[in-house]
Every structure is written in C-alpha cells, then in structure tokens.
Write a protein that binds this ligand. Structure first.
Ligand SMILES: [Zn+2]
Length: 44
C-alpha cells in the first residue's frame, strides 16, 4: 500500500511495473505506508 503524494489517498499497485500513476490524480509521487503494527510492551 502506498499513499499518494498528490491526493493523499491509499493506492495499491503492482510494484513490479514501472511508471505507475495514481488512479485518482495521475501523479507519480508516492509514499510508502508503514504497516500499523501496535507494539506491545511486555511487563516485566
Ligand atoms: Zn493521487
């Protein structure tokens, strides 16, 4: 999953293909989304 730098939407595309554009605003700027993993702290 990537976040479009233009419209900020979550865009999913094949990372193997080059020249991908946002399907909403046609921009080619993307930010890699971080997987939201909640870290659980262990209580000692
Ligand atoms: Zn966009």
């Amino acid at each position: 999953m990537y976040t479009c730098g233009g419209c900020g939407r979550s865009v999913e595309f094949d990372t193997g293909s080059l020249g991908v554009r946002c399907t909403y605003c046609n921009k080619k700027v993307f930010y890699k989304e971080r997987p939201t993993v909640a870290k659980q702290l262990k209580t000692r």
